[in-house]
Design a protein. Structure first.
Length: 314
């Protein structure tokens, strides 16, 4: 079976609107940015904001935009998300015991700056899902606790009941490595997927819950034991049936993230047929997460998994 020879991790390959927004930001053309963001669906808009938040020069530009119009929700959401991203790069994705005191101090400084922006953004735009998604993220980083994160999530769902970007952020907060438990993680994922319309990408919540659980194991034997559980396996396949294998599944926001997560799970489950179908649907596209849980060299991991899925050897 023929297969792509490269792996493309740039999200703009899956969502071309990202390049248009990047170009408008590079020109510092905020009206063009607003046109693109205002025409996007709710989840797509938050996805676009997260995709372009890494530009190092955004803070000064967006503060000028907000000085001219403090009620600009898109500018608040993008600036807040940018400041969180700056802080998280300093912290890194390492477990807390591997993050230095200096890193934590700088991380929290940037998140507090983000909170100041996002509090104002929420006051002016109380029904902006992108603002509340960012506030769930900052609550996690600042360790404000589950009650506060849930309060912010309730504000999000009042604006958009099935806002996947925010749901993925709360899912992280519910993990034991933050403030929650595995029971809370899986219960939340099941409830959220069951409530969301079938055929969307929301099945990724169940996939991510199991991925987080698997990679929290102390060793490979523990990982494989977890995946051998029939209830776990059944739940993964049921989630795939409701999302990536549903006839209504399309290429809206979250499609490549869902496929990429399920592809990793099918590989871990040693289901070559399901993995092959998923990699075929992905083409040469993929996402860095969750493959970065396997190794830093994400491209090699994906290439090797795809080769096996499409008929090669492990």
């Amino acid at each position: 079976m023929s297969q792509p020879t490269d792996v493309v991790l740039d999200s703009a390959a899956a969502y071309p609107e990202i390049n248009a927004l990047r170009a408008a930001l590079a020109r510092r053309d905020w009206p063009a940015c607003r046109t693109l963001l205002d025409s996007a669906g709710s989840m797509e808009r938050t996805g676009l904001i997260r995709a372009v938040c890494e530009d190092e020069g955004l803070e000064g530009f967006l503060r000028a935009v907000l000085a001219a119009d403090p009620a600009d929700g898109a500018a608040s959401a993008l600036l807040g998300t940018h400041l969180i991203d700056v802080g998280w790069k300093i912290r890194t994705g390492a477990r807390a015991q591997y993050v230095s005191r200096e890193q934590f101090a700088a991380f929290h400084d940037w998140l507090r700056k983000a909170e100041q922006v996002l509090i104002d953004g929420a006051a002016y735009n109380p029904k902006d899902p992108a603002v509340w998604t960012a506030r769930i993220t900052s609550a996690r980083g600042l360790q404000l606790g589950l009650a506060e994160s849930r309060r912010r999530y309730d504000r999000l769902t009042a604006a958009d009941p099935y806002h996947l970007p925010g749901q993925l952020q709360l899912l992280q907060m519910l993990c034991p490595k933050w403030d929650g438990s595995w029971e809370q993680v899986h219960e939340f994922a099941r409830d959220a997927v069951g409530a969301a319309p079938a055929g969307g990408p929301h099945g990724v919540l169940i996939a991510e819950a199991h991925i987080e659980h698997v990679f929290d194991a102390d060793n490979r034997a523990e990982m494989m034991g977890y995946l051998a559980n029939e209830q776990v396996r059944a739940e993964i396949y049921q989630a795939a049936q409701r999302s990536i294998w549903h006839p209504g599944f399309g290429r809206g926001y979250g499609w490549i993230e869902a496929l990429s997560s399920f592809a990793l799970l099918f590989m871990l489950l040693d289901d070559q047929r399901a993995a092959a179908a998923t990699f075929t649907a992905m083409g040469n596209l993929a996402t860095r997460h969750p493959w970065d849980y396997l190794a830093d060299d994400v491209v090699t991991q994906i290439q090797q998994a795809r080769t096996w899925a499409l008929g090669g050897k492990r």
